[in-house]
Ligand binder design. Structure first.
Ligand code: OGA
Ligand code: NI
Length: 356
């Protein structure tokens, strides 16, 4: 039996738990003490991920993006060319979906086979601890993978707005790929070429984190790195929640209004031979505010093996990762759920023994 056919347990919507008004959360959502959020991390008040103005001089942008990708794996962009009105419309229409009656949302319940639709867990391990969040996942590119039947019909603005948003973000990602290539000292089109040129792909995950009566005991999304190429995230700017791992500490991202939060995901870490970091991140929840985020996952063509780009492999920097296709790679998170950086670690090639 294919273990990805169905969920191992009946699905409980976190939003229903939240709306039940219970003052405690079920045991399955309670994290072990060491994995609970630590909002008092000392470094929080002093450091933050870089904020980059994409309308600056292109050489300067390539340099600062390159160093952000090496040091943080995360940065925020302003003046990115996407209309803030479209960003807001996209968030509003998806918030509208999550506030539709449950019977309407349930028509789109997802399965672990493709994950497309309305979901409340990642991973198919029976008895696994769960995160305090619901989501909606869909393919937005290439057109051959789009199935509009899987996109909510209500609110009526959702399909056209999501389509327009996806087109804009695809263009932004392709532009960022050129900047990332330059930052690695490669020709502009090199990363895109490794992604399969115009055979690249994209998915959207809209995360909805309802209010939680015991936010100190749980997480909205457990630590993970994103499996694809790069992620462009838009968040509610009045509610903090995203934390990024930096030198072993969790740093809370302070969202800049109308910006996107960009992060390097595993496939670009592999292609860059480890120069750019795909960094662990997680989400905290709140007892006073719900939070919506839209993660646009920009991915390589799913059936070509990805390996470090030969130009970035040198005698003193041997290839760090073995080749794998993205199709094969993403089965891991789909089965195991969010598990830190364990997957990209599993691709690592053991250093050769040095003979003296
Ligand atoms: C994700 C993610 C962060 C957030 O969807 O992969 O990391 O702030 N989301 O919701
Ligand atoms: Ni993520």
């Amino acid at each position: 039996m294919d273990c990805l056919q169905d969920w191992p347990e009946p699905i409980v919507r976190v939003q229903s738990l939240s709306e039940s008004g219970a003052s405690t959360i079920p045991a399955l959502y309670i994290k072990p003490p060491n994995d609970r959020p630590s909002p008092t991390t000392i470094s929080n008040c002093h450091v933050s991920i870089p904020v980059i103005d994409m309308s600056d001089d292109p050489e300067h942008v390539a340099r600062v993006v390159g160093s952000a990708c090496r040091e943080w794996g995360f940065f925020q962009v302003v003046n990115h060319g996407v209309d803030p009105k479209l960003m807001r419309c996209a968030r509003d229409t998806w918030r509208g979906f999550f506030h539709e009656p449950m019977e309407i949302k349930q028509q789109y319940a997802n399965s672990p086979k493709t994950y497309e639709g309305y979901g409340s867990r990642l991973g198919t391990k029976k008895g696994a601890l769960l995160d305090w969040g619901d989501y909606y996942f869909l393919h937005v590119h290439p057109p051959s993978l789009i199935n509009q039947e899987k996109w909510p019909a209500l609110p009526s603005s959702l399909r056209p707005t999501t389509d327009e948003y996806a087109q804009e973000l695809l263009q932004l990602c392709r532009r960022l790929m050129r900047v990332l290539s330059k930052g690695l000292g490669l020709k502009e089109g090199r990363l895109q070429e490794a992604f399969g040129g115009d055979k690249d792909g994209a998915c959207l995950r809209v995360n909805f984190y309802p209010k939680c009566p015991q936010p100190d005991l749980t997480l909205g999304l457990s630590p993970h790195s994103d499996p694809g190429g790069m992620t462009v995230l838009q968040v509610d700017d009045h509610v903090k929640g995203l934390q990024v791992r930096k030198d072993g500490a969790w740093v809370t991202v302070q969202p800049v209004p109308d910006s996107f939060i960009i992060n390097i995901a595993d496939q670009i870490e592999v292609l860059s031979n480890g120069a750019y970091k795909s960094v662990e991140h997680r989400v905290m929840v709140s007892s006073t505010a719900e939070r919506l985020s839209m993660a646009f996952f920009y991915n390589p063509c799913s059936d070509i093996p990805l390996a470090p780009i030969p130009q970035l492999v040198m005698p003193d920097r041997p290839p760090l990762f073995q080749p794998m296709t993205f199709n094969e790679y993403r089965l891991y998170i789909r089965k195991n759920g969010p598990k830190g950086k364990s997957q990209v670690e599993s691709l690592k090639i053991a250093p050769k023994a040095v003979h003296v």
